[in-house]
Design a protein around this ligand. Structure first.
Ligand code: PMP
Length: 351
């Protein structure tokens, strides 16, 4: 029996997507081959790649001025590639430290060059967003994490800046309307709203490609990856295919409808927590709360234990908080339904 899966990633995927992926593992279209066996330079995969790129641009409302890449190594590989490609000698990069992953992104950049944390909410255990700092106008780029998966905060709007804005959108891409054209570079590890773990979607404005140094090994160079259409080495054929199925699913629903549903789901859960005597929200500042990852604690360890046992008994999984912070976390990515959240809140009310 399929569980209700509230994990933060790898996360729940829509049943239709799982069904089609499973069929294609048996046989892809009428090729007589599994999708797992498709050659990465063959006609079928090139079609998958092209359609995925077209859909990403459509969903982002961007055009030919951008390149769409599917790169291996997940989110953390992008923590490496961004400074390697854009933090050139003599330049500084700025990082907004609003959570575990933004901190790690900054640390990775520090291995490579001069990266500075310009604002941080680490002292509040990331239970709020930091105040937006003054941004030096000569930065190579400013890096921001739009949704903080582990502590449950989200930037619902980001102030204008003059320097190139690079965003990690791993846990909220395609969850709500946003102006993607503000970002010359944005990326997302795909295992939340966009597919199977191991890949990252990277979207880069073409003028940024010209800034990358020529001395990088090709695998780590955005301009080489763009030049080779993300198939510089053997591509993750299955990963890109599952992401395409997710993109089709998102496109069929439309971002407007997805956003409305995500607001409804999060409102129901936060309201239940705020009105409860058993649970407390980690993020008290309502404007900073994430629609994707809802973090909270039980008032006592006994309440936490009995709630987790009830979840287990009722076929609900993935509600334990990240190992670094503890407590509870419920992830409400696009594939999670309102009905599933209702089932969860009914349990919470009965603790
Ligand atoms: N950024 C964010 C916002 C994340 O939530 C995560 C974790 N999935 C990562 C980066 C790191 O991704 P990966 O585990 O694929 O390296």
């Amino acid at each position: 029996m399929q569980k209700i899966n509230f994990n933060a990633g790898p996360a729940q995927l829509p049943p239709e997507v799982l069904h089609e992926a499973a069929q294609s593992v048996k046989q892809y279209k009428k090729t007589g081959m599994s999708v797992l066996e498709l050659p990465h330079r063959g006609k079928e995969f090139l079609e998958i790649l092209e359609e995925s790129k077209t859909l990403v641009k459509k969903l982002c409302g961007i055009g030919h001025e951008y390149e769409v890449l599917w790169l291996q190594g997940g989110g953390r590989m992008q923590f490496c590639m961004i400074p390697m490609n854009f933090l050139l000698a003599g330049k500084n990069a700025g990082y907004i430290d609003s959570g575990h992953w933004s901190h790690e992104a900054a640390e990775y950049a520090m291995y490579y060059g001069n990266a500075q944390i310009l604002a941080s909410s680490q002292d509040s255990n990331y239970s709020r967003l930091p105040d937006w700092p003054q941004i030096p106008s000569d930065l190579a780029y400013l890096h921001v994490t739009t949704n903080n998966t582990i502590c449950g905060t989200q930037w619902h709007s980001i102030p204008k800046t003059e320097v190139p804005l690079i965003a990690d959108m791993s846990s909220d891409i395609f969850s709500a309307k946003t102006d993607y054209s503000r970002y010359p570079v944005f990326y997302a590890a795909v295992q939340k709203n966009l597919g199977a773990a191991g890949l990252a979607l990277v979207v880069i404005r073409k003028d940024m490609l010209g800034k990358t140094p020529v001395i990088l090994p090709p695998m780590l160079s955005y301009s080489m990856q763009a030049h080779e259409n993300s198939i510089l080495n053997t591509a993750n054929v299955f990963g890109v295919y599952v992401s395409l199925l997710m993109l089709r699913w998102i496109d069929a629903r439309g971002i407007d409808a997805i956003e409305k549903e995500n607001i409804r789901k999060a409102a129901l859960l936060y309201e239940t927590i705020d009105n409860s005597t058993s649970f407390k929200a980690h993020v008290t500042e309502k404007a900073h709360r994430s629609l994707m990852n809802v973090c909270f604690t039980a008032v006592t360890t006994e309440v936490e234990q009995s709630f987790l046992a009830m979840c287990e008994k009722n076929n609900i999984t993935g509600v334990k908080g990240h190992r670094s912070v503890g407590g509870l976390r419920v992830s409400l990515y696009n594939a999670v339904t309102y009905g599933q959240v209702e089932e969860l809140v009914d349990l919470m009310k009965s603790v």
